[in-house]
Design a protein around this ligand. Sequence first.
Ligand code: AMP
Length: 615
Amino acid sequence: MSEQSESASPIVGIDLGTTNSLIAICDEAGPRVLGGVVSALVPSVVFFETDGSRVVGAEAVARGTNAPSRMVSSSKRFIGRTASEMRAFAAASGVELCEGPRGLAGFVIDGARVLPQEVSAEILGALRARAESELGVPIDRAVITVPAYFDDAQRQATRDAARLAGLRVARLVNEPTAASLAYGLGRAAQAGELVVIYDLGGGTFDCTLLEIVPKTEGLETDCFQVLATAGDTELGGDDIDRAIVDYWNRHPSGPRLADSARCLAVAARLKCALSTTAFAEESITLGGQSITLALTQSELDSIAAPFVDRTLACCRRVLRDAKVSTDAIARVVLVGGSTRLSLVRREVAKCFGQDLYLALDPDRVVALGAAIQGAILSGNRRDLLLLDVLPLSLGLETVGGATTKLLMRNTPIPARATEKFSTSMDGQTSVKLQVVQGEREFVEHCRSLGTFHLTGIPPMPAGIPQLEVVFLVDQNGVLSVRAVERRSGVTAVLQVIPSYGLTEEEASRMDSESITHAREDMRRHRVTDLCVHTKLDIKWISDALKRVRSALEASYVLDLERRLAQLSAMVSAAEADMDSVDPEAFSSLKQGLDVASIRVHECAIAHSIRGTSIG
Ligand code: AMP
C-alpha cells in the first residue's frame, strides 16, 4: 500500500531540537514553517502544573521562572540514555534524575518519574496541535529529524516519543541531510553538484557533504546522496559563551564572575548583538553591585577563533573521507544559530574559497527539509530522492577483543552486509556475538550495541559449521542483526535494544580517537591475531610431533622444539602486555615456524594415511 493511500492527511516535518522545535509542511505552495513569523520556534520546554496538566513552549519558560523544579528543558540530551550516563550533566544543570526502565534516565517532578520520551511527546503533541489548527486537518504522520550521531537507542526513544504523541514516524532523517533537501529543492541542480552543509548550533557541530544528482542523469528523480559526514559534539555556541565569561574573568581589574546562568546569558546576548554591531555592552547587578559587561567584535573573534578552527578541521576531514577537493564544492550551506557569527562566515568562506549560500534561514532549514521529505514520502513530491549514510561503523567482536567492521562509516543507507565465519572448538554448539559501533579496532574502545547467542548448533568439528551474520540498517538508520548456521538452519535475531545510548560526545570522541589511535590499534590488532593463530599452531604442531617424533631426525625435532618454546614465550609476553612485543619480530618467528613445521605435518599425514601408530 502506498503512503498516499494509507491516509489523506499530509506528512509534516518536525525539527525536534534541544533548545527550540519547529513544525513545517510542504504542499502545493512549497515548504513553510507553521506558527507564523514570530512564534515559529517553540522552546523545547515543558512545565508540569500541580494539577497534572502540562504547558509547552514559551509559556512553560515563563511558568518555570518561579518554579524551576517543575520545568524540564533539553530533554533531547537525556533521551535514550541511562541515568548513570547523565548524572554529571544533570548535577551541573540542576536536574533531579531517577532511574527508569533498564536504567534509563528519568526526571523527578513532584516525586513522580517523568521519562524524556514523555517530555518530548508533550512538545511533539503541541506542535501537532499547532499544525492541526493551522491546516484544519488531522495530522498523524511526521518526518522527525535527529542528529546524525544519534544511536539506535536515541532513535528508538524518539520514535517512542512520537508514538506517545499519537504520531507515526514516516521517517527519521538526519538533521544535516534534511537541511540539504531544503537547499536543493527547486534548484536546477547542475550535473552531480556537491554541497557542504555546515551546521553549528548551541552544543554541536556537524559537517556533511552531499551530491545532488539531477534527474536528467538517467534518474527518475533528483537524488540527494550523502557522501560523508563528521561531527564534533563538544563544540557550539554555548562553548563560546563560557569562553566569553572566562575572558571577562581573566581581566585583572574586572569583577569575578561565576559560570552562572545569568552571566552566560549576558555573554550569549552580547555575542548575538555583535553579528550586527562592532561593540556591545550590558549592565547587571551582581552581589548588590551594578557592573557593566562589554565585548568588542575583535575580542569576540579571538575568543571564538579556536572553536571555529576545530570546525574547519572537521570540514577538511569530510573532504578527505570523500576524496573531494574544495574546488569541487558548488555550495556551502549554513545551518544553526551559531553560523550567524561573522567570524564563522568569514573563515568558512575562506576555507572553501567561495561565497556562502545565505538564502536560507539557519533556524528553519532543518524543519523545512523534514517537510520536503514528508512530501516525498506522501507521494506529493515524486521528483526527489534522499540517500543518507551511516555515521559510525558497525561490526562484531572477534577473537581477543578485536572488532571486525561489517558496515563502514559513510556507507549509504539502507545497507546490508554479511559476514561468514565458523566455530573455533570441536563440538561447539553455541556462539556469542557482540555487536559494536565505532571506529576503533578493539571492543573496549567501541560502544557495545548488544550481545546475542546463536544456540542449538549441532555438534561438529571446529571450522565445519557455516555461520552467517547479516547486518541490516534501514532508512531510519536503525540496525537489526540476524545470524544463521547454514548447515542446520539455526537462526538468531538481535533486537538492537542497547541498555544505554551512545552519547554524542562519545561518538565524537570515539571517532577522533580512532584517528589518533589508529596506528596503535592496528598494531595491537595484529598482535592479538598473531597470538590466536600461534596458539593454534603450537597446539597442532605439538600434537603432530608427539605422534611422529620417532620418525624424525633428532636435530630437526630439537630445532622445532626451540621454535615452539620461543613462540610460546612470545605469546605469554604478549598476553601479559600487548605493547611489550614487536609484531614484526613476532610475525617473522611465526613464519619461521610455519616453514619449519611443514615436515612434521607431512610426516603426520603420511602416518595417519598408513594408519601406523608410532612412538
Ligand atoms: P541552534 O542550536 O541552531 O538553535 O543554535 C543556538 C546557538 O546559536 C546558541 O548558542 C546561540 O547563542 C547561537 N546564536 C543565535 N543567534 C546568534 C547570533 N546572531 N550570533 C551568534 N550566535 C548566535
